[in-house]
Design a protein around this ligand. Structure first.
Ligand SMILES: [Zn+2]
Ligand SMILES: [Zn+2]
Length: 345
């Protein structure tokens, strides 16, 4: 890596303004500033959220912007102020770019509660990974093993950490029964993580094809929601201690409360397209609770990757060269295979 010479400029794709098409552009090289590194982007996942960012919805966006918040690459330039990263290190950069270090949440170690978390976002307020290089503050990046294909590590910066962190947030014991609803981009990882964490893992989906997939991923039991009443089936198993739902439909989520065991927890990690309606009375008798979780810190990302490598978790990705970035972007809503762009191919 010592042979690296910074180029005058590099190729990136950006949106000039809301709801426009990605535009190929040459970005001038900029040296890293205080506490920053520049990474050569090896892979960047295309997230469904990128569609909202293009529209300027959901999170603050500064147009023109290079999208991409599932970035994996190698450090090629380091500001002299940086101590914990050096040229040649493989790193991941998720969307949450920085933590203020001063608010009460930061001071108590609850970084995901940082008051400024949503003010600096890679791929939204600052340029992201649909580019050959990205300049990022070290506060928000993590070290990543070179034992994992960068294209497979990329989705772990968002999809992977979302479900890994959510399962951890449940604070339940090995041997507990955990149901995963939806066997797609999030669910296929959740089933494998749940199994590897030692939970009796029940997969819920609605086709025979998903049954084979779920069992292959390690699910102990499969419930076909199109043919069976999922809540009743879960109660036959003694009730689920937790249900993690990746489904975007509240109609399919809320009836699952009936499938929870005493003090069972319903964990929501995807935003339902429709409004959630339920009878709060359902929570009382069995002391049920509903939880939400959203991605995780850069250190959560690092643990997600380490756990994924250690347990040989399979990640469903479809790789696209940079010239196919438009096609990759169109695939962002694909529930199963994460589109990943490879900026140097
Ligand atoms: Zn994302
Ligand atoms: Zn803070």
């Amino acid at each position: 890596m010592s042979s690296f010479t910074a180029p005058q400029s590099y190729t990136a794709f950006q949106w000039d303004s809301p709801n426009t098409d990605l535009k190929k552009t040459e970005k001038p090289w900029k040296d890293p500033e205080q506490d920053e590194v520049v990474i050569k982007v090896l892979a960047c996942g295309v997230c469904a959220t990128d569609g909202n960012i293009r529209a300027g919805l959901g999170v603050p966006v500064n147009f023109p912007v290079v999208p991409g918040h599932e970035v994996v690459g190698d450090v090629v330039a380091v500001h002299p102020s940086v101590r914990d990263y050096k040229v040649g290190d493989r790193v991941g950069a998720p969307m949450q770019r920085n933590y203020c270090g001063e608010c009460r949440h930061c001071r108590s170690g609850q970084l995901m509660g940082c008051d400024k978390l949503f003010t600096t976002l890679t791929g939204a307020t600052h340029d992201g990974g649909y580019a050959q290089f990205a300049r990022v503050p070290t506060n928000g990046v993590c070290h990543i093993s070179k034992d994992i294909d960068p294209a497979e590590a990329a989705p772990l910066m968002c999809a992977g950490v979302t479900v890994f962190n959510a399962l951890e947030q449940l604070k339940i014991r090995p041997g507990a029964t955990v149901a995963i609803q939806g066997i797609g981009g999030l669910g296929h990882l959740a089933v494998q993580y749940s199994k590897a964490m030692g939970f009796r893992t029940v997969a819920l989906s609605s086709s025979d094809r998903k049954r084979d997939l779920a069992l292959k991923l390690g699910a102990d039991i499969y419930i076909d929601e199109s043919k069976q009443n999922a809540a009743e089936e879960l109660q036959k198993l003694g009730g689920a201690n937790a249900i993690l739902t990746t489904s975007p439909s509240s109609k399919s989520i809320m009836p699952l409360l009936e499938g929870l065991a005493f003090e069972g927890k319903l964990m929501v990690v995807a935003v339902p397209h429709d409004e959630v309606q339920f009878n709060p009375g359902a929570l009382l008798g069995r002391r049920l609770s509903i939880h939400g979780s959203f991605v995780g810190t850069n250190e959560d990302c690092a643990r997600t990757v380490a756990f994924t490598v250690k347990h040989n978790i399979k990640i469903w990705v479809e790789k696209f060269s940079m010239s196919k970035v438009y096609e990759a972007f169109e695939r962002r809503e694909n529930a199963q295979f994460r589109a990943v762009v490879l900026p140097w191919e």
